[in-house]
Design a protein around this ligand. Structure first.
Ligand SMILES: Nc1ncnc2c1ncn2[C@@H]1O[C@H](COP(=O)(O)OP(=O)(O)O)[C@@H](O)[C@H]1O
Ligand SMILES: [Mg+2]
Length: 269
């Protein structure tokens, strides 16, 4: 039986992976987790297995995600500090009581990366627009393919361009085409370089809670939508989809026009 069809499977798992540090894994893990709980909090549904909770598994010994989550103190986010020895047990427990599990990994190809990929519904590989990052993303996706071979199923994966300039530049256009040429599937939404994504690491305030954080928050909204649609949470048959779609729609209507219109998020061509 495939992992995806296992009766024990309780909620989707997303892993942030790269064979290199500093590319934006923890940033992406943090904004996805805080955006998900913002949506779940606005539309909580009693009786769901996870009671609107997101579990973040910090499998990086530097514990960067755990530190910033401690500052944020979001009661809907549970953070578990883990390592390769405990990862599978931690994941099993997290799945029983969460709506979504997000794993943040160390920037190196290790056993934890293989385990995390093997259990994930989606592996996101952040990469900056540079040739070095194309090479690292190829290596990372090589590990995801090994994990897929090991568990006997396809594992969805996407490169997420991160820290891209707000103004489209020729170098990043070129870089995008390099990722495509290397056969790496790209998420259609990028995480743009924004001060709000840096200040949140000091304040523990995600962009939507920051003054002037609107453009970064709009970026996170589109990115989260793109991620959720890959794991089927926008489809009628998706796990917990009704609640998430409803929360999403409420958010879209509530979003001020000026923010919704910001051209922060560009489709990758
Ligand atoms: N979109 C972004 N805008 C601005 N700064 C960013 C962005 N993404 C990441 N950073 C910064 O880049 C550095 C590395 O990001 P981080 O998420 O810690 O990478 P990783 O977890 O892959 O090592 C951090 O200082 C972080 O604040
Ligand atoms: Mg990190």
């Amino acid at each position: 039986m495939s992992v995806a069809a296992s009766p024990e499977r309780k909620c989707p798992i997303i892993a942030l992976a790269s064979t290199k540090g500093g590319v934006g894994k923890t940033t992406l893990a943090y904004v996805l987790a805080t955006e998900m709980t913002r949506r779940l909090a606005s539309k909580g549904t009693p009786g769901m297995p996870g009671a609107g909770r997101v579990t973040c598994i910090d499998a990086d010994p530097n514990r960067t995600l755990a530190q910033v989550l401690r500052l944020t103190d979001d009661r809907l986010i549970v953070c578990v500090e883990s390592d390769s020895d405990r990862l599978l047990t931690d994941l099993r427990e997290a799945q029983l009581e969460s709506d979504l599990v997000i794993i943040d990994l160390e920037g190196t190809a290790n056993q934890a990366m293989l385990y995390a990929a093997g259990k994930s519904d989606l592996v996101l590989v952040p990469a900056q627009p540079s040739r070095f990052d194309v090479v690292e993303a190829v290596k990372t996706i090589g590990v995801v393919r090994k994990a897929a071979d090991l568990v006997g199923r396809e594992i969805a994966h996407r490169v997420v361009l991160s820290r891209t300039p707000v103004l489209r530049q020729r170098v990043s256009d070129h870089s995008r085409s390099q990722f495509v040429r290397a056969g790496l599937p790209l998420l259609p939404v990028e995480l743009v370089q924004r001060a709000a994504f840096q200040s949140m690491t000091y304040t523990g305030k995600p962009p939507w809670r920051q003054d002037g954080g609107g453009p970064a928050a709009a970026n996170v909204t589109s990115l989260t939508d793109a991620v959720l649609s890959i794991i089927g949470l926008h489809s009628p048959t998706g796990l917990h989809s009704a609640r998430l779609v409803a929360a999403n729609e409420a958010h879209e209507t509530a979003r001020p026009r000026a923010i919704a219109a910001r051209p922060d998020v560009r489709p990758v061509t």
